[in-house]
Design a protein around this ligand. Sequence first.
Ligand code: SAH
Length: 369
Amino acid sequence: MSGERVNLLGLPRAQLETFVAERLGAKPFRARQLMKWIYRRGAADFAAMTDLAQEFRHQLQEVAQVSVPQIVTEQQSKDGTRKWMLRMDQVQGIETVYIPEPDRGTLCISSQVGCAMDCTFCATAQQGFNRNLTAAEIVGQVWLAHRELAASQRKITNIVFMGMGEPLANYRNVLPAMRIFLDDFGYDLSRRRVTLSTSGLVPQIYKLAEECNVALAVSLHAPNDALRNELVPINRKHPIAELLSACWHYIDQQNGRSITFEYVMLDGVNDKPEHARQLAKLLHGHPAKVNLIPFNVFPGTQYRRSAPATILKFRDILNDHGVIATTRKTRGDDIDAACGQLAGKVKDRTLVRLGDRLGSAARIAAEIQ
Ligand code: SAH
């Protein structure tokens, strides 16, 4: 009867406390104990939770479960980056990436199956949108990575919503997941180590400013509306000035440090010195940092990566104009795990139409059956 049991994975502390009180007549500290077992110790089986009374464990088994997504494949890059494809249901799959560095380990998670934002330079966009992930499916990515990494003594020190999907378009489920990442009895990460990256859903940035304190990254990619309208279509609804006002509000409201603006370097499109100067003008004097991302290619793209010298020059212009800029190191591109390369398995009408054109629909359909 697993379908009727409540999945405890993804329930923030307040809701779990309510659940144990109302369904099991238990005290709030039981919820904290459960969270420690589920998140800190990676337990999914109530029977293993030995410091809970046996009676309580039996009760839990009747009404609850800890249900995690299933790993379909794992790939490891020569640079140590690991990518997991996770099965979300019968037909859908998403990807999660772990990026090890000497002083930290970043887990890049997905928030949706596919994406509806339609950014022209992103592989996920080509897959179309299928559905939002549940809070359990979002937290489940961290739960699984935590378990898989245990053997190699690697830890998750940072979580970024930079996988598939637009997290602010799935606000309802992303918020509880973030609460668990930050909770002392969850993954206990500091608010600077959880980063939400958005293409610019302005109303939700205001909402987030009120409700949850995490680092914000914004996919800007262009220094003027004409170009951004083309690259990041949501800009037609929320143009740059509106977006930046929301960003500065976010920092004020949260006493935050700064916003990271992501800027993908597309050869001959947005990488000219005048673009760098325009960008500097937009950001100078504000709590902003720029992260230049060398474009990562994927099948069917019309774009090319800017030359290294062009990227350096762009960075120098920003720095000379008083805007801190860094270049993101490309990781995991040999296993298609780099920014913008995550494709997962998305089955919907958009994919089939695109797949037909690309000649790959049959293959993908066969793989996901
Ligand atoms: N929807 C969120 C998260 C997306 S992915 C957002 O838009 O921010 C994280 C970053 O990778 C974004 O800045 C995205 O614009 C960038 N990206 C997408 N495709 C890329 C590509 N092919 N090469 C490099 N970066 C890319």
